[in-house]
Design a protein around this ligand. Sequence first.
Ligand code: FES
Length: 168
Amino acid sequence: LPTVNVRLTVNARQLALDLDPRTTLLDALREHLGLTGTKKGCDQGQCGACTVIVNGQRINSCLTLAVMHAGDEITTIEGLVEDGDLHPMQAAFVRHDGLQCGYCTPGQICSAVALLAEHKAGWPSHVTADVATRPALTDAEIAERMSGNICRCSAYPNIVAAIRDVNE
Ligand code: FES
């Protein structure tokens, strides 16, 4: 197939790429932009290792084509660092030892950041819209909402503890 020119906004940088239109967002990030923090586990939407944040929502980047994301705001694990400082969620994962081999960690952290943003925004909609009075997520709710991210080392208790820490 002929390549197509795709303009992507990744970690606040505007980039133009010539891509085979069948290129997944995951492969565009890793193979074309060198952003290898985003991991490829299953490449079929089952493990969550490839999770990135697109327009504030978490998605499996292996399940979507790069050409579909022209104009979207894409944030990867590399983009969470600000002025050399770890994002609070990254720091919490370090503090709580929320990883073992680390392969799933970028996806876990991107998912967790978007999860708390969802919660703050009042998702699901039956939750009170008043951010000030909305209770923090319980451990069970965190675990359920993180169920799309698999950790083969089973670091789940520490992952939940890290997210709870940022959530409180
Ligand atoms: Fe995308 Fe597993 S690599 S969900």
